[in-house]
Write a protein that binds this ligand. Structure first.
Ligand code: PMV
Length: 310
């Protein structure tokens, strides 16, 4: 057999991170950046773990791959991977890795690699990486479309509804500093909401409504309304204690550069990524790059110009 490849897209949460863990909807879409996995025939099923990883990361990666491998009946394939996605920035690198590996394992096992098959195997890996994730990351990556995602607490897999966009959704994604692990940020929020349940649930519910309103705005092609929903969502994430001076500063910078809306994306906390929605991303990317700030642009959904990948 010749070599196999599988791509797992990174993801951006447009609306609804954190509240999605509590069963409310989130709006998320795929990035053109992600993880590419390659498989070579081998006598034993194995993952090539990059030398650069720390002992703890190697252990988690090995355990995660073992679960996916078992789910696919341990086909004879040696899997390696590389990525062009910034890591630990809330851009779904672990979900993307899970999806990329799952695609290669399913192909090697001679099984169908449909989005739902891929998501089911990737879910095995994600649980090892994140404990009890909502599942929005690997589902967005496996479907490679803008989705409104919802997981009922306690349920195995969440449900995803594809959201069609008549307009191109163009984002600038900015890396606004190192952050602590998602598990930690999600865990600290869980402690606060246990203590002050009503107040926190009220805000989660409101963020869920924003995600649904945002999906409607996308379908109507109303980018101004979507931008406003993003701004309000950022305010509520800050109210939940999930922003930081660095993230807030970047949000305001993007708005001053003409963003229709800007917010933190992913787990937030003391760092991570910030997104801005723009009619034209060019000038903001140019200006941020000139200032030495790490960023890239990506089209999340909608019609694409000829010959572009987003
Ligand atoms: O790990 P991140 O930064 O991509 O964030 C995942 C989104 C959360 O809602 C914070 C957690 C989850 O499981 O959905």
């Amino acid at each position: 057999t010749s070599s196999l490849t599988g791509f797992g897209a990174g993801k951006v949460i447009l609306l609804g991170e954190h509240s999605v863990v509590y069963g409310y909807p989130a709006l998320a879409g795929p990035l053109s950046r992600g993880v590419t996995a390659r498989g070579e025939p081998s006598s034993k099923c194995q993952l090539v773990i990059p030398d650069a990883l720390m002992t703890e990361q190697r252990k988690v990666l090995k355990a995660a791959f073992a679960r996916a491998m078992a789910a696919c009946g341990e086909p004879g394939v040696k899997v390696s991977f590389d990525t062009d996605l910034p890591l630990s920035m809330g851009l779904g690198s672990s979900g993307a890795l899970s999806v990329a590996c799952s695609r290669v394992l399913l192909q090697a096992a001679g099984r169908k690699a449909s989005a739902s098959e891929v998501a089911a195997v990737a879910w095995e890996m994600e649980q090892e990486f994140h404990g009890t994730p909502s599942g929005v990351d690997h589902t967005t990556s496996a479907m490679e479309q803008l989705i409104l995602y919802r997981r009922k607490p306690g349920a195995e897999q969440g449900r995803a509804k594809v959201v069609d966009s008549p307009k191109p959704l163009k984002l600038v994604v900015v890396m606004a500093g190192a952050r602590s692990p998602t598990k930690q940020t999600v865990g600290a929020l869980r402690e606060r909401q246990k203590r002050w349940t009503e107040r926190y649930q009220r805000i989660f519910r409101e963020i869920g409504l924003l995600a649904s309103e945002g999906a409607e705005a996308v379908e109507e092609g109303d980018l101004e309304a979507l931008g406003d929903v993003m701004n309000v969502n950022h305010g509520l994430l800050a109210a939940l204690g999930l922003s930081s001076p660095g993230l807030d500063d970047m949000v305001h910078r993007l708005r001053n550069m003409g963003a229709l809306g800007a917010k933190l994306t992913g787990a937030g906390g003391d760092g991570g990524a910030v997104i801005g929605l723009f009619h034209d991303t060019g000038p903001a990317v140019h200006e941020l790059t000139r200032l030495g700030i790490r960023c890239f642009d990506s089209q999340l959904a909608g019609p694409r110009a000829e010959g572009t990948r987003g």
